[in-house]
Write a protein that binds this ligand. Structure first.
Ligand code: BTN
Length: 261
């Protein structure tokens, strides 16, 4: 497996993100490390990268499987100009950025499952977790956006084996992890500059695997059966319930019905 180090990543960096860069062989969670750096004044765009996490965190309080040397675990610190209502747009921007980076480095076209998971062949190969801290006056003090990519992971624990995959399994050969980590930072820096116009949402929609599908909405109390009609410019799901009620949904998770590969 290609080596993930500051020396191997830095030559590929061309954008504003990752200029301040901390790279670890192993760490608890890059998001936790980034939050500590952010509290101590790290600048916008600073990044933490690791080749292993002993306590990788996922959404909804879950763990993120982060084995040694076969993945990329990366977190970017943002110091936003906007309020918490833009958080959904930031994670959507990150999903588009990672999808572009993967395509650039491996040629593999990945889909986005709302809100910010990346899939290939109906299986997940990347998860994104944003965590934010509010400052004075309800403004965001910082946001950390954590990205975990299964690059060459070839065995998963039993509970993940049917639902997770990696870029290598998707057909990517000899993937240079350092280059992919740098391209993720480069693309995220580019997409982030379009956050206000949300021009990246067209690509987000074209990569979406949820539009037009029936699904169960989870993580917001009682599961709700919905048909997903579209995704709005501010990344809300536009859905319809069985009794014809139209909803704009900004939180939770969807479990898609049927075979959607
Ligand atoms: C999810 O799929 O539920 C989100 C997973 C996010 C995983 C990444 S790996 C880098 C960063 N550090 C963490 O502890 N989590 C995120």
């Amino acid at each position: 497996m290609s080596i993930l180090s500051e020396e191997t990543i830095r030559p590929w960096l061309v954008g504003d993100f990752g200029r301040e860069l901390a790279v670890y062989r192993t760490i608890g969670s890059t998001n936790d490390a980034a939050k500590l750096l952010a509290k101590n004044g790290a600048p916008h765009g600073a990044a933490v990268v690791s080749g292993h996490q002993s306590a990788g965190k996922g959404r909804l309080g879950r763990k993120f499987y982060s084995p040694e040397d076969t993945g990329i675990y990366l977190t970017v610190i943002l110091r936003p100009q906007w309020g918490p209502e833009q958080s959904l747009s930031v994670t959507s921007a990150a999903a588009v950025a990672v999808a572009r980076a993967i395509e650039r480095v491996t040629g593999i076209f990945v889909q986005i499952k709302w809100v910010n998971d990346l899939y290939f062949g109906g299986k997940k190969l990347c998860g994104i977790l944003a965590e934010s801290a509010l400052g004075q006056g309800g403004k965001l003090e910082y946001v950390v956006v954590g990205i975990g990519v299964n690059v060459a992971t070839d065995s998963f624990p039993p509970e993940l084996s049917e639902i997770a995959t990696s870029l290598a399994a998707a057909g990517g050969k000899e993937i240079n992890r350092a280059r992919l980590a740098a391209e993720i930072l480069n693309e995220f820096s580019t997409v982030y500059n379009h956050l206000e116009s949300r021009s990246f949402m067209e690509e987000y929609r074209s990569r979406s695997c949820v539009i037009g599908r029936k699904a169960t909405l989870l993580g917001r109390g009682e599961p709700l059966e919905i048909t997903i009609l579209d995704i709005s410019r501010d990344a809300h799901l536009i859905a319809e319930t069985a009794d014809g009620e139209r909803l704009g949904i900004s939180s939770g998770e969807v479990s898609l019905k049927g075979d959607w590969r």
